[in-house]
Every structure is written in C-alpha cells, then in structure tokens.
Design a protein around this ligand. Structure first.
Ligand code: KG4
Ligand code: ZN
Length: 336
C-alpha cells in the first residue's frame, strides 16, 4: 500500500502545496511565488507575505489536488512547515494543515523547513547513503551538518552573521538589481572576471566549520562606494563574479574539509543557494578528485517547495513522529 502525503509550505514568500507518494514520487507540486509582489520593496515584507498566503493557500491546495487526481480522503497524512520562518506566514499553512488533519482524521506532521531542504535530495536521487555531509545554504541559513544516519544530525558549524543567500540579496539591492539577488547575480557573474578583484574569504582557514559573510558583504559594498565617489565606471559583472567566487570558495573548501575529517564519501547540497551553478560545478570538480560524490536537487527543488516538506513528513510518519493539533509555529528553529 502506498502512503500519500500532502506537503504544505508557507514559511516565506512561496505558497506551496504538493502531493507525494511514499516520500519519493511527486504526483503534483504547485508553487505560487510572491516574488513579483515583494520585488518593488527590494525584499520580503512580512505583513504582505501573510496576506498573500491567505489569498493563495486554498486555490493552491485545490490545484495540487486536481493535478494529482486525488481527493483529501486519499491522504495518509499532512506535512507542514512549522518553522523556521515568518510567524504570520507559517501560521497560514499550519492552520490550514491542522484543519485538514482534523476534518480527515489523519496525522498532522510538523516539519522543520531546514530538514525539508535536505529531503529535496531524496526525491530525486536513489543512491544517497549515510554517513554524509550536508551543506544547507538558503536565504536564512548556512549550516554544515554531519548526517550519521537518517534523521541523525550533528551540526558542525553555521554562519555567525549573514546567510549565504542573504548576502546575494543584499548586494543585489545595493546595485539596484531585483530581489531575489541570487539568480540575477549568477546570470551577470557569468560574463564577469571572477579573479579580477580579490575579495576576502572569511574564516577560510580558521579551522572551524563556521561561516561569516558580513565582512565580505561590507568589502563589496565599500568597493562599489569608492568607485562611485571617484565617479569611476563600476564593473558590475566583474564585481559580482569575484564576489560569487569568494562565497563559493569558502563553501566548497569547508564542506570538503568536513567530508575528509568525517570520512564520508557523499556530500549533499540543500537550499536556494544550492541552485547556483558555480557552486555546483566547483564542488563537484574538487570532490571528484577525492572520490567523493556530490548530490543536489534540480533547480526547482532547491528553492522553497512543498514536495520536500511532504518527503520529510513521510519519513517522520514512518517513525511515528506525529504532531499534536496544538503544534505552534516557531520563527527561529535550528536543525539540531
Ligand atoms: O531556500 P530558499 O528558497 O528560501 C529560504 O529558505 O531562505 O532560498 C532563497 C535564497 C535567496 O537568498 C536567493 O537569493 C538564493 O536562495 N538563491 C540563489 C540562487 N537561487 C536562489 N543564490 C545564488 N545563486 C542562485 N542561483
Ligand atoms: Zn527554504
């Protein structure tokens, strides 16, 4: 018998609902992005985000159901992100999921958004085996995690300040580029010279698995400011390419070092920044020299979606880790 799980994701600016069978087979996967609404403000406005979720959640559920050809009564459970994220936004998804769980008398499974990002990998790749090292790089988080066994996490290090995605977004804003900055910077960086400007590689050789990107962000902002003050031409593509290279160098170096220390032969990438091709390419190249395999989700499953929530929820349900109907949202939530 198959287990059909509905995943619900409303932690930030995507209203997403998916139907997934047995934690692996995506039957439908609907993402209503609010990016256009927030773009004119240069970033996500929490109040607007929750209102948008309220407007979209029922139509998105209807679409996920109709595309799957299934009914609510076919569900074995409903998995929902309860944190980390924007409280008002999380509440919309959690409330709807609770109502469905109650009405259908099926288990509610609260899912940590960071854990869901990891599970995006299991939707597509069959060959992933523990132990492994996972690099989670999103708009809100940058963490290096040792996964000894499924759902057994050890946090090796994390960012002390800005997350990797956050610096992409902030630098895009300084240069009047659209939100989110990551995909646009990646595009422009392709035509730039990545070794033209030697931006700092923070904490590269400090021996820890922690990250810090705010100093790099300041270095880039000051570089632009100085050129502006001197009325010089700003080589946007070279700056972005050199900046992206600095971020990628630090992420790749620390992740490979962790894989060597913990003697793992597999690495998985997770989160929005894992969509970055420069990061994917460099880590794959360097890892292959060490006989280490690298997995990452396809681009659409790197950024926020509900299929990854349904997948993580399925495995939690297998362990009988159900949530009670008084589950609350948690804005700041770590993996371990
Ligand atoms: O995982 P995600 O969709 O949301 C969070 O959980 O935060 O990640 C969004 C972040 C944004 O900061 C965005 O700029 C970044 O991921 N991002 C990228 C790329 N695509 C998205 N960063 C670098 N390169 C990309 N191609
Ligand atoms: Zn995310």
């Amino acid at each position: 018998m198959t287990d059909l799980i509905m995943g619900v994701e409303t932690s930030c600016d995507e209203t997403a609902v998916a139907m997934v069978e047995d934690g692996k087979k995506i039957i439908s996967n609907i993402v209503a992005s609010q990016i256009k609404v927030h773009q004119k403000y240069g970033g996500v406005v929490p109040e607007i985000a929750s209102r948008q979720h309220m407007e979209c959640i029922i139509p998105v559920i209807d679409k996920a159901l109709s595309e799957s050809g299934k009914k609510l009564s076919d569900l074995s459970g409903i998995a929902v992100t309860y944190g980390p994220g924007l409280v008002g936004s999380l509440l919309v998804g959690l409330s709807v999921a609770k109502a469905i769980a109650y009405a259908q008398n099926i288990p509610l499974i609260g899912v940590n958004h960071l854990e869901a990002h990891i599970y995006a990998n299991f939707l597509e790749h069959k060959g992933i085996k523990t132990p492994l090292i996972c690099l989670i790089v999103s708009g809100g988080h940058t963490s290096l995690v040792y996964i000894k066994d499924f759902r057994k996490y050890k946090l090796l290090g994390q960012t002390k300040d800005d997350a990797a995605g956050e610096v992409f977004d902030k630098i895009a804003k300084v240069l009047d580029l659209d939100y989110p900055g990551g995909p646009i910077i990646e595009q422009l960086a392709k035509e730039g010279n990545s070794s033209l400007i030697k931006f700092p590689r923070p904490l590269l050789n400090d021996g820890s698995y922690d990250f810090s990107f705010s100093g790099l962000k300041t270095a880039v902002i000051y570089y632009i400011k100085e050129l502006k003050e001197k009325n010089k031409i700003i080589p946007v593509k070279d700056i972005l390419s050199s900046f992206q290279q600095a971020v990628v160098d630090v992420l790749v170096e620390k992740t490979l070092r962790a894989a060597l220390e913990f003697k793992t032969k597999q690495i998985v990438l997770a989160g929005g920044v894992a969509a970055n091709n420069s990061l994917r390419k460099k880590i794959k190249e360097k890892a292959s020299l060490l006989n280490i395999r690298v997995f990452y989700p396809s681009i659409s499953l790197c950024t926020d979606n509900a299929a990854m929530v349904a997948s993580a929820g399925y495995y939690k349900l297998k362990e009988n880790k159900k949530s009670s109907l008084d589950l609350d949202v948690v804005s700041r939530l770590t993996l371990v």
